[in-house]
Design a protein. Structure first.
Length: 278
């Protein structure tokens, strides 16, 4: 498929036909064009095969590992119907791989050989290039895999929450704001006026806001899971310090109905952890 792209692409184009992208192909439906070629550039010959194979990539997109991941994958799974086949650029593949391969590795999946970036055309050739400018922006860092899912916790009992606060390096009550809702990867801001340090551990109190903003910048998946589609929210988060970054292990939503959480935070000021009591 890749060794002789000119001849092979010409054969694929002649032997393929255009068909509507079905709604059941969640990966590429409504991506910006309505028809695709079958066989596609991965040599899937039937629509059921395309749908089945493409659906296995949906969990990766949910991890928001790169804003151009969907464009890259759909250029192969659902190539647009033009006079010639257009492959993704090598640089697009490399950018997506750089951010998404570590996430796949967290779950034991290597970057597949069929997506070997060296097999794609160089940027000076006709190919699909990166759409996002996030990676080149000095103010935006691509998310990196933490290899640990971060979800909003249910505040079961005040005792359990206190034990969690004791077990972690730091604990902070913060307000998170969603900066946008239009791009593939959401941007989040920490409200510096709403930072209440419950436990700073090895960190200086003054450096905690900056460290938490860094966490929001590089672990978009975790922040996305915590926010659950809201535009702003107050949370109690706790975690550990790992060299030059902080990792959030637990997050609780600060809401009136979470009485156990409110009780735990009130009791925390006078609470002594087991190692302190000993």
């Amino acid at each position: 498929l890749w060794g002789c792209p000119g001849g092979r692409a010409s054969y694929l184009r002649r032997s393929s036909s255009c068909t509507a992208i079905p709604r059941s192909m969640a990966l590429c439906y409504d991506i910006g064009y309505a028809e695709m070629r079958i066989p596609n550039l991965l040599e899937h010959e039937t629509m059921p095969e395309v749908i089945q194979q493409s659906s296995s990539w949906l969990p990766l997109l949910a991890r928001e590992c790169h804003p151009d991941a969907r464009i890259f994958l759909c250029s192969l799974f659902a190539p647009i119907c033009l006079d010639r086949l257009i492959y993704p650029c090598r640089s697009l593949c490399e950018a997506v791989k750089r951010s998404c391969a570590p996430v796949m590795a967290c779950y034991g999946y290597p970057w597949p050989e069929i997506l070997n970036c060296n097999k794609f055309p160089a940027d000076h050739e006709l190919c699909i290039s990166s759409v996002s400018t996030d990676e080149s922006s000095s103010s935006r860092r691509m998310p990196r895999a933490s290899c640990k899912d971060c979800e909003l916790e249910e505040a079961s009992t005040a005792k359990e929450i206190l034990e969690n606060l004791c077990a972690n390096d730091f604990a902070v009550k913060i307000r998170i704001l969603r900066k946008n809702t239009t791009t593939t990867i959401s941007d989040f801001d920490l409200d510096p006026s709403r930072v209440e340090v419950l436990k700073h551990g090895p960190l200086l109190r003054t450096e905690i806001p900056g460290r938490l903003q860094q966490w929001l910048d590089i672990d978009a998946t975790c922040a996305h899971n915590i926010m659950r589609g809201t535009h702003a929210g107050v949370f109690v988060v706790s975690g550990e310090v790992q060299s030059d970054k902080v990792v959030v292990n637990k997050a609780y939503a600060w809401q009136k109905r979470n009485r156990n959480l409110h009780q735990a935070v009130r009791r925390w000021k006078h609470h002594r952890c087991p190692e302190q009591a000993g």
